[in-house]
Design a protein around this ligand. Structure first.
Ligand SMILES: [Zn+2]
Length: 305
């Protein structure tokens, strides 16, 4: 894959994509997050502890990050059994899974597993090609790891002993196999890249290599997530927050869809719409990070008619 995905920040300014497991913090009793500190290509990582087992959500990118996350989980979980799941297959979320192979029960939804199998190698090549050397370094010796269990259908429960985590997928949105995790009693929701805080939503729109986005479904899913009434939202990237994160992203998606559609009906092409609309969208969200993703979103919506 040689698509010109954005570099997020200039190469020389981009820090190494290292998960800082020492920063792990407890956001509710037995629910931990390793925050991303807004480092590009570092996700928020979740670790949820039950009486008998613990669930890790996302690994960071590459075997060393995966090892750091595994060590943090092992330390918090003691002798409990470990599970690992991913919010989606993207390298910064899941390409550390090999550190868990044989150490945890690895559990993905079927669409995610299939998307990983189909795109694994191309994404590895793309990331090595377009990002700075620190990213290639992080990805060195990365191996594909398939899940021990790929659940069928939209929903799966992970029983950690006295605590159940609900995993669910609603089909293609940010990727083909996005998955949320919900801890219902405490109403804590892990969203992956369906929702990033103060960050322009990532549209991995790299035609012809990758076009697996359904932003209409994505917006609808965010509405369904808001109906869960989460007290705490752990976004894929950015600060842990409230349901407001979900609503802000959904508003962005719906507004942009409408604005692009209006211009398409008026006969504008994608380049023209990007030129006119992207600066205005950027100005509307002055605090949001990674504005380079605006163009990708506009180009995606420009294909819808
Ligand atoms: Zn992603």
């Amino acid at each position: 894959m040689t698509a010109d995905a954005p570099s997020q920040t200039p190469a020389q300014a981009q820090p190494a994509p290292n998960v800082d497991a020492s920063a792990v913090r407890e956001i509710a009793a037995g629910v931990f997050v390793i925050p991303d500190h807004r480092v590009p290509l570092v996700p928020n990582v979740g670790i949820i502890i039950g009486n008998d087992a613990a669930l890790v959500i996302d690994t960071g990118m590459g075997p060393r990050n995966g090892e750091h996350v595994h060590e943090a989980a092992r330390r918090l979980a003691g002798g409990r059994r470990l599970f690992l799941t991913l919010t989606h297959f993207h390298p910064e979320h899941g390409y550390g899974a090999q550190a868990f192979k044989g150490e945890a029960i690895i559990l993905y939804n079927r669409a995610q597993r299939d998307e990983l199998a189909a795109k694994w190698d191309a994404y590895l090549g793309m990331f090595r090609q377009i990002f700075p050397a620190a990213v290639s370094d992080a990805l060195a010796d990365t191996r594909i790891v398939m899940p021990d269990i790929a659940y069928e259908g939209p929903w799966c429960e992970v029983d950690l002993g006295g605590r159940i985590v609900e995993l669910s997928t609603a089909g293609m949105a940010h990727t083909r196999g996005d998955q949320i995790a919900f801890v219902r009693p405490e109403r804590i929701l892990f969203t992956g890249d369906l929702a990033e805080e103060k960050t322009f939503p990532i549209f991995p729109w790299f035609p012809p290599n990758d076009t697996s986005i359904d932003a209409k479904n994505w917006a609808a899913w965010l509405a369904a997530c808001a109906e869960l009434d989460p007290a705490i939202v752990v976004p894929g990237h950015g600060e842990v927050g409230s349901v407001a994160i979900l609503n802000e992203v959904r508003t962005y998606l719906l507004d942009l869809a409408g604005e692009v559609a209006t211009r398409r009906k008026a006969g504008m092409d994608a380049d023209g719409i990007v030129a006119e609309l992207a600066p205005a969208v950027r100005a509307r969200y002055p605090e949001w990070h990674f504005p380079e993703w605006i163009d990708f979103a506009i180009r995606y919506y420009s294909t819808l008619g």
